[in-house]
Design a binder for this molecule. Structure first.
Ligand code: IPM
Ligand code: MG
Length: 356
């Protein structure tokens, strides 16, 4: 029987609660569909590992992940460790080490979820945001000098390469082409950022020629926030830089009803390395260890993982079960205004997967 090796990295905070829930969901779907199995290897990296070893993951950690078919990630973040250390020491180390340059963030208003927009019907909001995930504002280039002195200087340099821009825009056009509306919005800020963002626009123009069947338009990032709120139905697939898409995807998740639902895939489209799937919510210390975390973001991330593995029937089955969960308000967790626990939601989901 086909066996998929999944590296599970719960990480910190509620990651430790939602990743095991995701594993259960994947087991349930494999049992229901049949023909393949999952083999999980769990890595206890993150804040606790840092306290013991002085780093978020072992120096040769990427080597241990390399043979996996996919990675299921929880979150990185710890109240006692600076955020830039937890982020760069684990999640970005994997994203950048494995050149997972396409970060894909679908957003929909799922059945039973009451979004905050008055005039937005569920069918008006069906977006995928493609985030450049390897460079730009997160390139890590910059420095500090004269720390603590009045002449202190600090820079974070956004780095855009033609190769990096072209590959993400091409990926986004291809994704847009695969969706029914074949529509792409390229988000930019080339009015103010007159070098890299101008190149970004030029590359979009060039790549667009290879996709004559995709309607595309360009939107400045600030105007995009207003368009997402006021005219959600005019949007389908979106591509944006690392930081722009980081911000837009939080807005998207909020407009769809909760950050607890939103999934993401950090994809290496060339499949040289394993891709990594994770809920976009963080480690949420305020509720950790209480069994209150919403596992739906992780379940949806598992749908993306299954899709990536080529198990489309399983992906669809899991998505149908997720929609049954969200439809039932007694299965809503606290972020959705309900009182359901992570365990109750997970048990119901596994039941729906078996029935579907
Ligand atoms: C995300 C998160 C991260 C990011 C944080 C945790 C640094 O907000 O995945 O969107 O900004 O990339
Ligand atoms: Mg974010």
């Amino acid at each position: 029987m086909k066996k998929y090796k999944i590296a599970a990295i719960p990480g910190d905070g509620i990651g430790k609660e939602v990743v095991p829930a995701g594993q259960q969901a994947l087991e349930a779907v494999a049992a229901a569909v049949g023909g393949y199995q999952f083999e999980f290897e769990v890595f206890g990296w993150g804040g606790d590992w840092y306290r013991q070893h002085g780093q978020m993951m072992p120096a040769d950690g990427l080597q241990a992940l390399k043979g996996a078919d996919a990675i299921l990630f929880g979150s990185a973040g710890d109240p006692d460790i600076p955020d830039h250390i937890t982020l760069w020491g684990l999640r970005l180390k994997i994203c950048q080490g494995f050149d997972q340059y396409a970060n894909v963030r679908p957003t929909r208003i799922l059945p039973g979820i009451d979004g905050p927009l008055k005039r937005c019907r569920a069918q008006d909001l069906d977006w995928v945001i493609v985030r450049e995930n390897s460079e730009g504002e997160y390139a890590g280039v910059g420095g500090r000098a004269h720390q603590g002195h009045p002449i202190e200087v600090a820079t974070d340099v956004s780095v855009m390469t033609r190769v990096g821009v072209e590959r993400i825009i091409r990926y986004a056009f291809r994704l847009a082409q695969s969706r029914p509306r074949r529509q792409l919005t390229v988000v930019t800020k080339s009015n103010a950022q007159r070098h890299a963002m101008v190149m970004w626009d030029e590359v979009a123009q060039e790549v667009a020629r290879d996709f004559p069947d995709v309607h595309w338009d360009k939107e400045l990032v600030d105007a995009m926030t207003a368009r997402m709120v006021n005219r959600p139905a005019t949007i389908d697939t979106v591509v944006a830089t690392n930081l722009h898409a980081d911000i837009l995807s939080d807005l998207a998740a909020a407009l769809a009803g909760s950050l607890g639902i939103a999934p993401t895939g950090n994809i290496d489209p060339e499949r040289r390395y394993p891709s990594m799937f994770e809920p976009i919510h963080g480690s949420a210390f305020d509720i950790m260890g209480k069994g209150l975390a919403n596992p739906v973001g992780t379940f949806w991330s598992c749908v993306m993982l299954l899709d990536h593995l080529g198990e489309q029937a399983s992906a669809q089955r899991l998505m149908r079960a997720i929609e049954r969960v969200t439809q039932d308000t007694s299965l809503h967790t606290r972020d959705l205004g309900g009182t359901a626990t992570t365990a109750a939601v997970t048990a119901a989901l596994c039941r729906f997967v078996a029935e579907a």
